[in-house]
Design a protein around this ligand. Structure first.
Ligand code: GUN
Ligand code: ZN
Length: 642
């Protein structure tokens, strides 16, 4: 069973329940070669804190000594490892050395007999150079074997490996079929050659097309991803598990892994590493070690690099900043930059899972930042949901201070008195003044010098927006004061943010009759929206977005049919949710597919009555497939807190 604790991009901090304990994801599984053990499993557990390893059952089976040992004592005792043990099946040996002389059934039974916690089907490794026909035919065999393995697995968990070479449609189709079977983990396989050849651009297509078909409630393992420099990107794409044989393989060839690449010991000019393995050592000292000690030192160094990067990836997910880390890491090699740029092509898919808001500011790291879904979402909502309040717009340029209304307040007032809407040309594209305090506009930091790509695109978006929304425009600096006073910037903002967040129809339902705004005395910002005497919305100071109150939710429900903005729950759950308990996945009957993580949502009963409001934690397709975990974080009666 897998549960999501925190999310960012497609990445998730999860808890994966196995019979050897709960594994926190993302997790990296060092590959243990039972014949070699450069670093022992016990050391991996205690010194490095790795809670899961992967070893090869095919190697064990083919070595009479190991085989007898494993079958007699079990893997955990044989390897002296108290955490989760995953085993591979021999597929990789077939990729490396050709045919393997075992059957799928034999391998599954063997993995079971030695006490593997998670075993692997004997899948067929689809090589990147294979034809589509060859790939499709071999996927059929892998699927057939996976079906058999599900029947044989007993209480061992099983890896159902997604294959499909570089064919996105085959990957997605294979993933969808894997998702329909009783497998426990979804590795994405056949990608080692892509990573070895730095074909990261294709890796992005392979992973994303697999993710599209997979069951979101199962962890995804990227088979063979064991270099620290790919972890942030792979996690961002929704990979939960990784394994590394390279830490040991590279060590055998005197190669040290760093976050920005791999260095050969003989070519290095300085060590520059403060990891526990290198501490107190110089390059000279490592070079002079005997082969065995050197190999062990470098293997440990490599493991520390992986461990540190994984910890950093987790921290960035917790902080909602994984895009930033991935963008920075993808500058380690031009091939990774290609991958990052490729990810932009998958923005529509990524957008469905991208949280509406986050704590703290968003940092721009370069032109690729515009590839984040938050940019596309802003522009598409602006074009679909914005309603201009004047005929003409007055243009201003982003000068770095935010919110814009703070820095350019006097200018904004002047053009408003002349009947213009102030519009700032920003790196996001056009920002009408009434949206300037809302996430991500005010909560983002850009360099003062703009890069050409960003300027060009922003100008382009602005031109399209102005043409669509306004009859005319002027340079904001040149518009004289018109002296008109009949506008209310707070009311314009209150409605504009609501349209951007909930849409036009919901805003018409919410803003009825007499509107009173409660403004904070300290900040001058809108706090509460009162309509016909009812408190319907509260605006959060941090992200400038609304919290929906029950009174507001009832208005939306009575004017817009289900499932809009709703999560419906079973009768059994109604008393609990009404009291303010969270909504768990297993009680959800229907869910609006347009809702995103952190979106405001109305929880309704079987008769479409509002029983609570809250924030989405998971999205519709996740709620459908998760058996456990919180789907909606419910706000208790008062509804004032975020
Ligand atoms: N190890 C690396 N790649 C693969 C793969 O595609 N399948 C299996 N079973 N193991 C792997
Ligand atoms: Zn080191």
């Amino acid at each position: 069973m897998f549960e999501i604790v925190k999310r960012d991009g497609l990445a998730r901090i999860g808890k994966f329940q196995t019979r050897a304990g709960v594994l926190e994801t993302p997790a990296l599984l060092p590959v243990v070669n039972p014949k070699i053990c450069t670093v022992t499993p016990r050391e991996l557990y205690e010194e490095f804190g790795f809670r899961a390893i992967i070893t090869n059952s095919y190697i064990i089976k083919n070595n009479p000594g190991l085989r007898a040992d494993a079958q007699e004592k079990g893997l955990h005792a044989m390897l002296d490892f108290p955490g989760v043990i995953m085993t591979d099946s021999g597929t990789f040996q077939s990729h490396m050395y050709g045919e393997v002389e075992v059957t799928n059934e034999e391998m599954v039974e063997f993995q079971k007999s030695i006490g593997a916690d998670i075993g692997t089907v004997l899948d067929i490794f689809t090589e990147p150079y294979w034809t589509k026909e060859q790939t499709a035919a071999s996927i059929e065999v892998t699927l057939e074997r996976t079906k058999d393995a599900c029947g044989l697995k007993g209480d061992m968990m099983i890896n159902g490996v997604v294959q499909g070479s570089v064919y996105s449609d085959l990957r997605e189709d294979c993933a969808r079929k894997m998702a329909s079977m009783d497998v426990d983990v979804h590795p994405v396989g056949g990608v080692v050659p892509l990573m070895e050849q730095y074909r990261y651009l294709e890796l992005v297509d392979v992973v994303i097309s697999s993710k599209k078909g997979l069951n979101p409630s199962r962890p995804v393992h990227l088979f063979g991803a064991g270099h620290p420099m790919v972890l942030a990107l792979a996690a961002l794409m929704g990979c939960d598990l990784f394994d590394s044989a390279s830490y040991a393989k590279f060590a055998r060839d005197d190669r040290m892994m760093f976050i920005d690449g791999t260095c050969r010991l003989q070519d290095m000019q300085s060590l520059g590493c403060g990891c526990p393995a290198c501490r107190g050592l110089t390059l000279e000292m490592i070079r002079k070690m005997d082969k065995k000690e050197r190999e062990r030192t470098i293997a440990k160094h490599n493991l520390f690099q992986l461990k540190d990067e994984l910890a950093l990836v987790k921290r960035y997910i917790m902080e909602g900043r994984l895009w930033e880390l991935a963008e920075i890491r993808c500058r380690a090699h031009p091939a990774l930059l290609d991958a990052l740029r490729r990810l932009e092509e998958h923005q529509d898919f990524l957008e469905r899972y991208d949280p509406i808001s986050r704590d703290g500011a968003m940092f721009y790291t370069g032109a690729e930042t515009r590839g984040r879904p938050v940019f596309r979402r802003y522009i598409s909502r602006l074009l679909e949901r914005y309603v201009p309040q004047t005929e003409k717009a007055a243009l201003f340029y982003d000068e770095g201070s935010k919110p814009y209304g703070r820095a350019m307040g006097a200018d904004f007032d002047r053009v408003r008195r002349a009947g213009y809407t102030p519009v700032v040309v920003s790196p996001f594209g056009p920002v009408p003044a009434e949206l300037d305090e809302m996430y991500p506009i005010a909560q983002s930091v850009f360099p003062r010098t703009e890069d050409a790509d960003t300027s060009i695109e922003s100008e382009l978006f602005t031109a399209g927006f102005l043409e669509r929304m306004f009859a005319g425009m002027a340079d904001g600096r040149e518009v004289p004061d018109g002296g008109r006073e009949e506008y209310d910037p707070n009311l314009i903002r209150a409605k504009a943010v609501s349209r951007h967040q909930f849409g036009k129809d919901a805003t018409d339902a919410l803003f009825r009759g007499k509107i009173d705004l409660i403004i904070s005395k300290n900040t001058g910002k809108i706090r509460n929206v009162i309509s016909d005497g009812e408190h319907i919305l509260s605006m959060r100071a941090g992200d400038g977005l609304y919290t929906l109150r029950k009174e507001g939710a009832e208005r939306i429900v009575s004017s817009i049919p289900a499932p809009f903005m709703r999560v419906g729950v079973m009768d059994d759950a109604v008393p609990f949710v009404s009291e303010g308990r969270n909504v768990f996945c297993q009680f959800v009957t229907e869910c609006d597919g347009g809702l995103r993580p952190m979106d405001e949502v109305m929880v309704t009963d079987g008769k479409d009555r509002v029983i609570a409001t809250g924030r989405m934690v998971l999205v519709a397709d996740e709620i459908r497939s998760f058996r456990k975990g919180v789907a909606v974080k419910v706000r208790s009666g008062a509804g004032d807190e975020s």
